[in-house]
Design a protein around this ligand. Structure first.
Ligand SMILES: [Cu+2]
Length: 113
């Protein structure tokens, strides 16, 4: 993904606000066919760890009604590894989790300001 280098170069600017490329990439996600869009079961979570190499994120989340899961801290796969450029440990996020091929996966991820 061509944005990766820019994302790394601008990494520290995340602390001061969402750069323009992040907004563009967010709109891309909105255009994608997303089953969650018709059934948005957004849950709030706190990012504990981001593992871009593995495409995984550790979230402390509240109860997930669609997963019948109580609040806990756990590791999810992410549907789009690019999302991991936009979050870091300590960020609050809203997300949708689902099972994709048997793996617990974040299928939608939004920053909470
Ligand atoms: Cu869980």
């Amino acid at each position: 993904m061509k944005l990766t280098l820019t994302a790394l170069a601008l990494g520290t600017s995340l602390a001061f606000g969402m750069p323009a490329w992040a907004e563009a990439s967010h709109m891309e996600h909105g255009r994608a066919t997303n089953p969650a869009a018709t059934n948005p079961m957004l849950s709030e979570g706190l990012v504990k760890k981001v593992d871009r190499a593995q495409g995984k994120i550790t979230l402390k989340h509240g109860p997930l009604q669609n997963m019948d899961m109580p609040g806990m801290t756990m590791v999810f796969r992410v549907q789009d590894v690019g999302w991991l450029d936009q979050v870091q440990a300590g960020d609050r996020v809203r997300f949708v989790a689902d099972r994709v091929n048997g793996a617990l996966t974040v299928t939608k991820l939004e920053m909470l300001k």
